[in-house]
Design a protein around this ligand. Structure first.
Ligand code: AMP
Length: 284
């Protein structure tokens, strides 16, 4: 196992990548906001299978947080993150501060994510996906990896990143890793640490609602959606934001007569914490 070193500057990470390239090594990037958990580690493992040199970025990107969101209280645990990554095949942790990434203040130039960015997560988080794509584009340009690994946990993000890479002809392969869950089914998230024990119990409703949708898939998309809503409504500890079946090719809701592999997506507020989850769901 290699032990991860840390780099705070863009010049430094570029020099590290240049050395790897000079040795003929391929490079993978795993972008994160830190507060690392086993889900992030699974991305690192996957990255290490896809490339010789793994770079993990840790940056809580101010551009993708709206007014009143949790930017200020988002967990920042850099020392623990770097220590945890030392046990894994990580060559470098790139942890810039906001001044390094946005020396002129918030970037005036933004990637716009298009209409899908006003649905679901984008509907409640205006500007979130533009900010996310802008920082992902910057990280891809800084590191210039062969492959970047994202989690299926953030399905709308993954969809938009893939589309950006295709539409802007970015020379990188995007790879996706499956969702890592707690034994009870709760998808791991850096935001889970906000949850009390009772909230954690209530948060199980996200994965059980998705399971209900999958079970009802044989009766069609409307039945699957209704099944998820029914389960979600029965949990007083969670306020459902949306539960929907989307077409993985468009991220738009499927029609009632849809047949094939859909993606069941869900978001709910548990106490003050907004959680999301998703699951591939066969319809009919
Ligand atoms: P974040 O630090 O929340 O921005 O997440 C960084 C990356 O880790 C994103 O690509 C996420 O989709 C991925 N990720 C977060 N949670 C999980 C999980 N439970 N399983 C797999 N990947 C995850």
């Amino acid at each position: 196992m290699s032990s991860a070193s840390i780099e705070h500057t863009i010049d430094g990470v570029r020099a590290h990548v240049a050395r790897a390239r000079a040795e003929g090594r391929t490079v993978a990037l795993v972008p994160t906001m830190g507060a690392l958990h086993a889900g992030h580690v699974s991305l690192v493992q996957r990255a290490s299978e896809l490339a010789d040199t793994v770079i993990v970025s840790i940056f809580v990107n101010p551009l993708q947080f709206g007014q009143g969101e949790d930017f200020d209280r988002y967990p920042r645990t850099l020392d623990a993150d770097v220590a945890a990554l030392a046990k894994h095949p990580v060559s470098l942790v790139f942890a810039p501060d906001a001044a390094e990434m946005y020396p002129g203040g918030a970037s005036q130039t933004r990637i716009t994510a298009g209409p899908v960015a006003s649905l679901f997560e984008g509907a409640v988080r205006p500007g979130h996906f533009d900010g996310m794509l802008t920082v992902v584009a910057k990280l891809l340009n800084i590191v210039q990896p062969d492959v970047a690994v994202f989690g299926q946990k953030d399905a709308q993000q993954l969809f938009l990143v893939r589309r950006m890479v295709a539409e802007l002809n970015l020379p990188v392969r995007i790879d996706a890793a499956p969702i890592v869950r707690e034994p009870g089914g709760l998808a791991l998230s850096s935001r889970n640490r906000y949850l009390s024990a009772e909230e954690k119990r209530a948060a199980l409703v996200l994965s059980t609602a998705l399971a209900a949708a999958a079970d009802a898939g044989a009766q069609g998309a409307d039945a699957a959606r209704a099944a998820a809503h029914e389960v979600a409504r029965a949990e007083p500890g969670a306020v459902l934001d949306y539960a929907e079946l989307v077409d993985p090719a468009t991220f738009k809701p499927v029609a009632g007569d849809f047949a094939g592999e859909a993606l069941a997506i869900i978001a709910a507020r548990v106490g003050a914490t907004r959680l999301i989850d998703n699951r591939a769901t066969r319809i009919r």
